[in-house]
Structures are given as structure tokens and as C-alpha cells.
Write a protein that binds this ligand. Structure first.
Ligand code: ACO
Length: 437
């Protein structure tokens, strides 16, 4: 059942007693899945106190009707539809529409949306020169974020208003593929391959990545299907680090392009989307070291070592990550359909089994997350390791756009501006340079 985004349902109030004798009644908001939140928005004005929650593990920053996840039960739903159903039945383009517009498109809406994506697949020709200005060592995520921000120089920021949103959303979803593929072509010294409207979203991307002018190219349906699945699984994940960044930037009324460019940069970090690259690098290190997974499990537990099992653990999932379950199943299927035997897959399974039997990981409820197996599929379909996080960004884009729209459509939203507990010096005097020690 569809739900409006902002819930007014107020159940029993909570009462907070403060050490200075004040007490305050705080409204309790109940979400559509019965999650409870204590609304502290009047706390400082009424008591002079703020709350402190580093990393925001207990802080709801918004009310949202896009994605529901329950980390204890391993549930993930986009607009109410379980991820397992979408993974088995939907196309990525349908999921983009669902996340942005709140419902699955009917045939007419889907055709119009697909036409729009085809129409916007090309880059402005002048933008091609940008690719030559990056150094050969530039990480594809640096190029992608710069190019997405640059789109605002070609497509009016003013058009980000109500009338222009649909077009800019379609531009981004379509052009991000072209940007990603062109940056890869540039890095290997091959000519850019232009989009082909006759192909599916994923087939078109694979062609721009792997076709060369000298030969015909037919996208492999197994690869198209695998890519479609991975993009769907990455498409949204409520208020994670990069999505919260997109909302934060958008809250200052920055453009869609600026907000998404910021989200891409937040995703890049190895504790977030950058983990998929780090997982494969870790598995390669284990393989080259002789393949003893127990040695690396031991190292991950050692508090004197900074090593962590990449692709393990999650702020919200404390049982299993339903995306990882789907991807693990797909890994075996894709590799066997493609006739690929990857020793890294066996190693990943051994590492998972060793960690899941270990008290350290059991006690802390650390399970494989979405990034643990996704890199193995990306590798099998020919995506270079340094582009894995770019693939994640392609998938996450419709979620970011949907969240940007939801924030902008909410007339009550305010600029994001957290408080702090100051722990620095109390007032001290300025010391002239000559008098300083
Ligand atoms: N390996 C070893 N120990 C770990 C790991 C890990 N991968 N993850 C968490 N822990 C330990 C921590 O050391 C800590 O132990 P302690 O209680 O003894 O101090 C405990 O588990 C809790 O970990 P936190 O870092 O407090 O958990 P948090 O929710 O802040 O971090 C995160 C979650 C960043 C995902 C973390 O689990 C991690 O670094 N994982 C590896 C990187 C990764 O795979 N990131 C991708 C996440 S999915 C995504 O963003 C798409």
C-alpha cells in the first residue's frame, strides 16, 4: 500500500528528564513498518540541550517513503516491493522509474522513459576533450564525479526546477553510462564507441565498454542479465553515507548534478562503495600469499592491526544482507554459464565460512555485505577492478535521484546543519607572533 512520506501519526509521548531538573515531553513518530522515532526537533529550543550521536547510528535525518530495510530480519524493499522479487523479475530501467516516481511504470510510461534515456545518451561533443585532460593514473571515480559536476555547465541549472527535473534525471541516468564507458576507453587508448538506441540499457553500456570499430559486437545476454541484476541490487539503500551526502548537498538547494557528484565522491571511500574494489584486492593478496584464509581472519580480529575483512560488516544489517544472498547465488550461475572458473570465488567462500564460524564475527554480527561477491561477477564480465565502484555508482544513481526529488518536493525540509559538542579551548587571547614560543 502506498504511504505518504511525512507521517503525522503521533503515539504516546516520550518524557525526557534532564540532570538539571528539567523534563520535556517528546512526540513519538511511528513509521509505516512500525519503527518508532522520538522527535527531538524542539529539544534545544525548549531545554538548551542537544543530542550527541557520532556517525548518526541512532538518528533519523528524514522521513522517507522510498526504501525500507530491516537489518535484524534482513529485509530490503523498494517502494514496498521485496528486493528478491525485483532481482528476479524487473529490469533496471523499471527500477529507476519505481525509485524516482514511486510506482512501477505501465507500458506507455516505460516506453516513454526508455525513449527519453535513448534520447539523452550522447555527451555534448565538447565534453570528449575533458577525458584527455586527466592523468593516466586518475581513478575512474575522480573522473566520474568531475564529469557529472561538469554536466551542469552544459545543461541549465535553472532547469533543475519542477519543469526540468524529468529531463535532467533522464540525462543523468543515460549519460552516466556513456561517461563511465568513455573514461574506460580513454584509459586503454581505444576510440570512444557511441551509444546504440537499439540495445537494452545494460547491453548499450557493455557495447560502449567493449566494442571496437573494427568488429561487430553483440552483447552477451548472460552478461546483460548479470549486470541488470547487480544494478538493481545497488539501486537504493535508504540513508547510507552517499545518499545522506546527496540529501545534505541538496538541502542547500544545490543542483541535481552537484548533489549527485557529491554522492559519487562519498561512495568512493573503501568503507562504503569503494569496498568492492578492496574485496578483490584482498582476495588476490590472500591467493598470492598461499590461500590460508585463517591467517587473514586472525589478522582482522587483531586490534593491533588496521586490517579488516573487506566486504564484511554493515551498520544496519545484523543478520544477513539480502543483497549478498542474491549475489552469491548469481555468482555461481553467471560463472558457470560463462564457463569461467575463478579461484577467487572458492577463496571468497572459504573466507566467508571461516569468518562465520568465528566467535569474533558471530558476536559482532558481521556478515558478508553487498560488496563481498559483486566484484567476482564484475570481474567475470570483464569490468576492470578500478571501475567496480563506478559500477556501484551507476546502480545507486536512481536512488540518489529519487531521494533528491523527495527532499525537494517536501516543503518542510530545512538545510542540513547538525550541531556539535565543543571540546576545544575556552576563550584565550591572541598572542603576537614575536611573543609566541
Ligand atoms: N573486519 C573486522 N572487524 C570488523 C569489521 C570487519 N570488516 N567490521 C566491523 N568490525 C568490528 C569493529 O572493529 C568493531 O569491533 P569492536 O566492537 O571490538 O570495536 C565492531 O565490529 C563494530 O564495527 P564498527 O566499525 O563500529 O561498525 P560500523 O557500523 O561503524 O561500520 C562498516 C560498518 C563501515 C561497514 C564496517 O563493518 C567495515 O569497515 N566493514 C568493511 C568495509 C566494507 O565492507 N564496507 C562496505 C559496507 S556496505 C556499503 O557501504 C555498500
Amino acid at each position: 500500500m502506498s504511504q505518504s512520506t511525512v507521517r503525522e501519526i503521533v503515539s504516546n509521548n516520550a518524557v525526557l528528564h534532564l540532570p538539571d531538573g528539567q523534563s520535556i515531553e517528546l512526540p513519538v513518530i511511528t513509521g509505516s513498518e512500525n519503527e518508532k522515532a522520538v522527535d527531538i526537533s524542539k529539544l534545544r529550543a525548549q531545554t538548551g540541550h542537544i543530542t550527541l550521536d557520532p556517525g548518526y547510528g541512532n538518528t533519523g535525518s528524514c522521513q522517507s517513503g522510498i526504501t525500507f530495510l530491516n537489518g535484524e530480519k534482513g529485509i530490503l524493499r523498494y517502494r514496498g516491493i521485496p528486493i528478491e522479487q525485483l532481482a528476479a523479475k524487473a529490469s533496471f530501467v523499471e527500477v529507476c522509474y519505481l525509485l524516482i516516481y514511486g510506482k512501477l511504470p505501465n507500458q506507455q510510461e516505460l516506453t516513454a522513459f526508455e525513449d527519453n534515456l535513448n534520447h539523452h545518451a550522447l555527451l555534448h561533443e565538447d565534453m570528449k576533450t575533458f577525458f584527455s585532460t586527466f592523468s593516466g593514473q586518475a581513478h575512474p571515480m575522480a573522473i566520474l564525479s568531475a564529469m557529472v559536476a561538469s554536466l551542469s555547465g552544459y545543461y541549465s541549472e535553472a532547469a533543475d526546477g519542477v519543469g526540468g527535473f524529468d529531463m535532467n534525471a533522464a540525462r543523468l541516468i543515460s549519460k552516466i553510462r556513456t561517461l563511465a564507458a568513455f573514461s574506460y576507453k580513454k584509459s586503454i587508448g581505444q576510440p570512444f564507441i557511441y551509444p546504440d538506441d537499439s540495445l537494452s540499457y545494460c547491453g548499450n553500456f557493455m557495447r560502449m565498454m567493449f566494442a571496437v570499430p573494427a568488429r561487430d559486437y553483440e552483447p552477451d545476454p548472460v552478461v546483460e542479465e548479470a549486470l541488470n541484476l547487480l544494478l538493481i541490487l545497488h539501486a537504493d539503500h535508504e540513508q547510507n553515507c552517499s545518499t545522506a551526502t546527496v540529501r545534505t548537498v541538496a538541502s542547500s538547494h544545490a543542483s541535481l548534478y552537484a548533489s549527485i557528484a557529491a554522492g559519487i565522491l562519498a561512495l568512493w571511500g573503501p568503507l562504503h562503495g569503494g569496498a568492492n574494489q578492496k574485496v578483490i584486492e584482498m582476495l588476490e593478496t590472500i591467493r598470492k600469499d598461499g590461500g590460508d584464509v585463517s591467517k587473514f581472519v586472525k589478522m582482522a580480529k587483531d586490534k593491533n592491526s588496521s586490517f579488516r575483512l573487506m566486504g564484511f560488516g554493515h551498520r544496519v544489517y545484523k543478520n544477513f544482507d539480502p543483497r549478498a544472498t542474491v549475489i552469491k547465488g548469481a555468482c555461481d550461475k553467471v560463472l558457470s554459464k560463462m564457463g569461467i572458473e575463478d579461484p577467487i570465488l572458492d577463496l571468497a567462500k572459504q573466507l566467508e565460512a571461516a569468518a562465520l564460524e568465528d566467535d569474533y564475527f558471530v558476536e559482532r554480527k558481521l556478515y558478508p555485505n553487498v560488496d563481498f561477491y559483486s566484484g567476482i561477477i564484475y570481474r567475470a564480465i570483464g569490468i576492470p577492478v578500478n571501475m567496480f565502484t563506478v559500477m556501484f555508482a551507476l546502480g545507486r544513481l536512481p536512488g540518489w535521484i529519487g531521494q533528491w526529488k523527495e527532499l525537494m518536493d517536501d516543503p518542510t525540509h530545512r538545510i542540513t546543519r547538525p550541531r556539535q559538542v565543543y571540546t576545544g579551548n575556552t576563550e584565550v587571547n591572541y598572542v603576537p607572533l614575536a611573543d609566541r614560543k
